[in-house]
Ligand binder design. Structure first.
Ligand code: FAD
Length: 454
């Protein structure tokens, strides 16, 4: 007798269930833990279990994008934020929680809600009909993943992320780097000057850099990650470096076909090609974020920052995210989902949480919150107005549902690079300008929505 079936009682599924139930919608929430299923990262049967850190990161809503997301979720009666508040432990400007108190609080509120039935069961197939929200997370059960593959195509579901570091465009030194596509090749979607930012290296710089990759401290693959096949086309940069000094120079760091405009020497039989090059490719439609092509890595974060800032042009690089590789089930959302998180080929199914390609506890919860609201508004026959793209929720949603580059889609945390840029504001004042604008626009959006006070 439920109206909406939510699969997965993690962060996103719990939040979606709450949002629906609070709007009077009958929900069945299926969670496999406690019903014969388990994941390699969860340790309990509790709903909304935090699998690793106990932190929701910065709670600063004036200068930090995830803090701003907290603010917006609180305004939308988020159960994750409310339970987080209840279970909060001291952590300076960050928001950290007691994970057991937190999970117990979420579970209590959901189980006691008259509109929610929590069922401990593993779902193996995408339902053929009925409003459904799939919120099965980075460790979606294999049987359901198979069903998702049949619905979407085998190359649309990833089992590993391979994240190359992403740099804020305005932190790249364009007096050293330049924009050009290799051989000046362009496509219909190309930028006028070229599609890549190129950071040149001399032979000496290259050899030092390759040694730096080999020597850098690396994180481990967990036992349950090690046997997942992922190497095709996304080998960690340090593994390539270990294969031989020339491997990278014939791979992602090759300089051929790129003419360094600042190279004034005469000895170039072929072209002013650098000995080696680090290329960055635009990562979002706004052009604020650029990723280091081929630089997916298991290097520790500190080691990445240190080594990557030795690259000419990246000395002052600021990273919207650092590289990483993890077991992570996620769909190619920009291609598969419409602007309301619905599967284009089967619009009764929405996706929510990390499986949509957002990343992190708070982001996953936020996308669950949106999926719940959207489904409720669809059931009520209302027109859905998305949160403004200038807000944290809106920026995250826009990224997932279309603004990200579908051909190279990788999971993303919320960050100011996803927001429509404010170039005219001085850099020092920009973060506050983003949050001021977001709060004003978000408040207006809320005021226009029925039943939510501005
Ligand atoms: P989850 O919270 O994982 O919830 C998905 C739920 O679906 C699970 O309860 C699962 O049991 C259930 N499920 C799966 N398949 C089925 C099925 N077929 N039928 C029924 N139920 C099913 N993020 C951070 O912000 N900080 C961190 O420190 C951090 N560390 C992480 C460490 C690891 C090892 C992993 C894998 C992820 C980590 N993340 C971290 C990311 C974090 O897991 C996610 O951001 C967050 O939990 C995702 O929320 P979610 O609701 O999408 O998925």
């Amino acid at each position: 007798t439920h109206q909406v079936h939510i699969i997965g009682g993690g962060l996103a599924g719990s939040e979606a269930a709450w949002q629906l139930a609070q709007r009077g919608v009958q929900v069945r929430l299926s969670e496999m833990r406690g019903g014969g299923g388990e994941t390699a990262a969860h340790h309990t049967d509790g709903l909304a279990e935090l699998v690793c850190s106990n932190s929701f990161r910065s709670d600063d809503d004036a200068k930090n994008a995830v803090g701003l997301l907290h603010h917006e979720m609180r305004r939308l009666d988020s159960i994750i934020m409310a339970a987080g508040e209840m279970s909060r432990v001291p952590a300076g400007s960050a928001m950290a929680v007691d994970r057991d108190v937190f999970s117990a609080e979420v579970q209590k509120r959901l189980e006691q809600h008259p509109n929610i039935e929590v069922v401990r069961e593993k779902i193996d197939q995408l339902p053929a009909e009925g409003h459904t929200i799939v919120a099965t997370g980075p460790l979606t059960a294999a049987s359901l993943a198979e069903s998702i593959v049949s619905a979407t195509g085998s190359d649309r579901l990833a089992f590993f992320d391979a994240i190359a570091p992403i740099v804020y465009r305005d932190s790249i030194d364009m007096d050293k780097a330049w924009i050009q596509s290799r051989w000046n090749k362009t496509t219909a979607a190309s930028n006028e000057d070229g599609d890549y930012i190129n950071c040149p290296m001399t032979r000496e710089q290259y050899e030092t850099f390759v040694q730096g990759l080999i020597d850098a401290e690396k994180g481990d693959f967990k036992e349950w990650e090690a046997d997942t096949p992922y190497f095709d086309g996304c080998m960690p940069i340090e593994v390539m470096a270990e294969r031989g000094i020339e491997t990278l120079r014939y791979g992602p760091m090759k300089g051929v076909g790129l003419d360094n405009p600042r190279d004034t020497s005469e000895e170039h039989p072929q072209g002013k090609w650098p000995y080696a090059v680090v290329q960055l490719r635009q990562d979002n439609k706004l052009g604020t974020l650029w990723n280091m092509v081929g630089f997916q890595t298991k290097m520790k974060y500190g080691a990445q920052v240190e080594l990557f800032r030795t690259i000419p042009g990246l000395e002052n690089a600021e990273f919207a995210r650092l590289g990483g590789m993890h077991r992570n089930t996620f769909i190619n959302s920009p291609e598969l989902l419409d602007r309301q998180l619905r599967l284009k080929s089967a619009p009764h199914i929405r996706f929510a949480g990390q499986v949509t390609g957002c990343e992190g506890y708070v982001e996953s919860s936020a996308v669950g919150l949106l999926a719940g609201m959207m489904t409720a508004s669809e059931i009520a026959g209302e027109e859905w107005a998305p949160p403004p793209a200038t807000s944290a929720m809106g920026a995250l949603l826009s990224h997932i549902t279309g603004d990200a580059d579908a051909a190279h889609f990788q999971p993303m945390n919320v960050n100011f690079g996803l927001f429509p840029p404010l170039h005219e504001v001085k850099k020092k004042e920009r973060k506050e300008a983003y949050t001021d604008r977001a709060k004003a626009d978000f408040g207006e959006w809320l005021a226009q929505m029925e039943g939510v006070p501005a």
